[in-house]
Design a protein around this ligand. Structure first.
Ligand code: PBG
Length: 338
C-alpha cells in the first residue's frame, strides 16, 4: 500500500516539545543531581580492599581506605555516605554484642571521617544483622523461635547512642522492630544527643533484592534462606507500608525511607503524597547487581540504564537516594569495567 501524504490537521502535536535538545531541556520535569545521592560504604577491619563478587565495582574497605573513598566522594559533591560493617565471624554472637562496642569498627570510622570531613554527612545503620551469628536484625529466642521485639529495641537504643557519641549525623534503624523509632529518639535525647537525626527505614520490605548486600556484610547464611518476614513487610502490602510510615513519623523520625526503590515506586509515590517529611529511597544491592550484570553481558547500556533507574526513583517522589552507583555518577569509574 502506498503511503498517504495527506497532512493531519492536528491542534496538538506533542512532538513539538521533543524536537530539539533545547526544548527538551526546557520542559524537563525531574533531574537527578549529585546532591540527591547517598553512597553506601562497606567497611572491614584490615587488608586490601575486597570486591564483593555479587556487586562488581563495590568494595569493602579497611578504615583508612574507607576514609579516602569517602573523602573522594565528598570532594566530588556527594553530600552523604551510609556506613555498613563486615566483621569477622569470630566477633559475632547470638546477641550481636559487637554492635555496642564504642571502639568497634563503625564508631572508629565515624570518628575518623567526622574529624577529617565534618561537612560530609555520615549515616549509620541501626540493626544487629552484621553482628549476629544467625544474621537476623534482632534477638532470636530459640524456644519461641521468634525475634524478640522489645528486648531488641533496648539493644538498638544502646547501639544508637554508641553511634551518636561517635559523631554520626543520622542513625538509620533498618531492623523493622515495632516502636524502635520512638525509643531511639528518646534514648538519644536522654543522652544529650538531640542533634543526631533518625532516618528511618520506615517501609522496608522482605525483599529478595537484598541478596548481594548480605554477601557484602557477611550475613548470608550458607544453609537455609534468611527469612525476615516476621519483621520486614510483605511485598504484597501497600497500606501496611503506609501505616509503618505514619507510625515512624509520629514517633519522631526526621526522614522516612522506602526500600527497595525500583520495584516499589508506587510506595515511594504514596508515601510522598502522605507526609511532609523528606522521603528517601534505597536502590538496593540487587537492583545494582541486575543492571551491572546485564551491562557486563553487553545486554544493557550501563550508564543510560542506571541513570534512568535513578531518575524513575526521583520522579516517584524520593528526595534522596541511597545508591551504589554514586561513585560512578561522580566519575569514579576505576573500579567498574564493562
Ligand atoms: C540490614 C540491612 C539490609 C540492607 C540494609 N540494611 C539487609 C537486610 O535487611 O537483610 C539491604 C541493603 C541492600 O540490599 O543494598 N538490616
Amino acid at each position: 500500500m502506498a503511503h498517504s501524504s495527506k497532512k493531519l490537521l492536528l491542534r496538538r502535536r506533542p512532538r513539538r516539545l521533543r524536537a530539539s535538545e533545547g526544548v527538551r531541556r526546557l520542559i524537563e520535569e525531574h533531574a537527578v543531581t549529585v546532591r540527591d545521592l547517598i553512597a553506601p560504604v562497606f567497611c572491614k577491619e584490615d587488608g586490601a580492599r575486597e570486591e564483593i563478587p555479587s556487586m562488581p565495582g563495590v568494595f569493602r574497605y579497611q578504615p583508612q581506605d574507607a576514609l579516602r573513598f569517602a573523602l573522594d566522594l565528598h570532594e566530588r559533591g556527594v553530600p552523604a555516605i551510609a556506613l555498613f560493617p563486615c566483621i569477622p565471624e569470630s566477633n559475632k554472637d547470638a546477641t550481636g554484642s559487637a554492635a555496642l562496642d564504642s571502639d568497634g569498627l563503625i564508631p572508629r570510622v565515624i570518628r575518623e571521617i567526622k574529624e577529617r570531613a565534618p561537612s560530609l554527612l555520615v549515616i549509620a545503620d541501626v540493626a544487629l544483622d552484621p553482628y549476629t551469628t544467625h544474621g537476623h536484625d534482632g534477638i532470636w529466642n530459640s524456644e519461641t523461635e521468634e525475634i524478640e521485639n522489645d528486648v531488641t529495641v533496648g539493644l538498638l537504643c544502646n547501639m544508637a547512642r554508641v553511634l551518636g557519641r561517635a559523631g554520626v549525623d543520622f542513625v538509620a534503624p533498618s531492623d523493622m522492630m515495632d516502636g524502635r523509632v520512638g525509643a531511639i529518639r528518646a534514648s538519644l535525647d536522654e543522652a544529650d544527643l538531640e542533634r543526631v537525626g533518625v532516618l528511618s527505614y520506615a517501609v522496608k520490605f522482605a525483599s529478595a533484592f537484598y541478596g548481594p548486600f548480605r554477601d557484602a556484610v557477611g550475613s548470608r547464611r550458607a544453609k537455609g534462606y534468611l527469612d525476615k518476614r516476621s519483621y520486614q513487610l510483605n511485598p504484597a502490602n501497600l497500606r501496611e507500608g503506609l501505616l509503618e510510615a505514619q507510625l515512624d513519623e509520629a514517633e519522631g523520625a526526621d526522614i522516612l525511607m522506602v526500600k527497595p526503590a525500583g520495584p516499589y515506586l508506587d510506595v515511594i509515590s504514596k508515601v510522598r503524597d502522605r507526609t511532609l517529611l523528606p522521603v528517601a529511597a534505597y536502590q538496593v544491592s540487587g537492583e545494582y547487581a541486575q543492571i551491572v550484570a546485564a551491562a557486563q553481558n553487553g545486554w544493557l547500556d550501563l550508564e543510560a540504564t542506571y541513570r534512568e533507574a535513578l531518575l524513575s526513583i526521583k520522579r516517584a517522589g524520593a528526595d534522596m537516594i541511597f545508591t551504589y552507583f554514586a561513585p560512578l555518577f561522580v566519575g569514579m569509574r576505576d573500579s567498574l569495567t564493562t
